[in-house]
Design a protein around this ligand. Structure first.
Ligand code: GSH
Length: 232
């Protein structure tokens, strides 16, 4: 059994996408980031960056004590290694998937995240910051569009953890002030991933938690302005 510490944000969706595709048994533990659940000591004990997602694998491959993993990219790689799914075993195929996984966690995610922050959540609209992150998101969409030309999926013919990492960050393309149809290969890939039954099931898992916005007005004071001392 995998215990998934989760909230329905792009980084959370990545992991439900994997778990649904792989058919692994899992249990969701909601981490309401607008309510400050990410600062609870029992969560920080295995997710020291006060961010979700995180998992605890109660049935690790070595038969030993439960294994906890934080950081969505590390979780995807761990689950892929555990199941032998969505990450090729050959040295070249594995390298390619991990390149694009790291591209997402180091680039697309943080840049699109700042795009959301300055475009939607920031109390003052700072044109330089908005333009900076809208343009950078646009550049990254272009990189992905070119990568997908002539390829069904990011790493080639096979669906992989690189696709699962990137897809949830393209879902909010309108909020990111992008036009998906400007990127024909990205659009084609996006529709294909959206139509996968595993993707549909994964997003349905988030539904019960979306009765109110992911980031509430009250949550802004918890989420934004954190320092080294916050919540510890
Ligand atoms: N690099 C991390 C980022 C995770 C992340 O930023 N999670 C956000 C929600 S998408 C979060 O938990 N935020 C809580 C907070 O800011 O305190 C990953 O890929 O797992």
């Amino acid at each position: 059994m995998i215990e998934l510490y989760y909230w329905p944000t792009p980084n959370g969706h990545k992991i439900t996408m994997f778990l649904e595709e792989a058919g692994l048994a899992y249990e969701i533990h909601p981490v309401d980031i607008s309510a400050g659940d990410q600062f609870k000591p029992e969560f920080l004990a295995f997710s020291p960056n006060n961010r979700m997602p995180a998992i605890i694998d109660r049935d690790p491959a070595d038969g030993g004590e439960p294994i906890a993993v934080f950081e969505s990219g590390a979780i995807l790689e761990y689950l892929a290694d555990k199941t032998g799914m969505f990450l090729p075993k050959d040295v070249r195929g594995r390298k390619t998937v991990l390149e694009w996984l790291f591209w997402q966690v180091g680039g697309l995610g943080p840049m699109a995240g700042q795009n959301h922050h300055f475009g939607i959540y920031a109390p003052e609209k700072i044109p330089y910051a908005i333009t900076r992150y809208v343009n950078e998101t646009n550049r990254l969409y272009g990189v992905l569009d070119r990568r997908l030309k002539g390829r069904a999926f990011i790493a080639g013919d096979a669906y992989s953890i690189a696709d699962m990492a990137c897809y949830p960050w393209i879902v909010p393309w309108k909020n990111q002030q992008q036009t998906l149809s400007d990127f024909p290969d990205l659009s084609r890939w996006f529709e294909a991933v959206a139509a996968r039954p595993g993707t549909v099931r994964a997003y349905a898992k988030g539904q019960p938690f979306t009765a109110r916005p992911t980031v509430t007005e009250a949550g802004k004071s918890i989420l934004f302005g954190q320092t080294a001392k916050t919540g510890h």
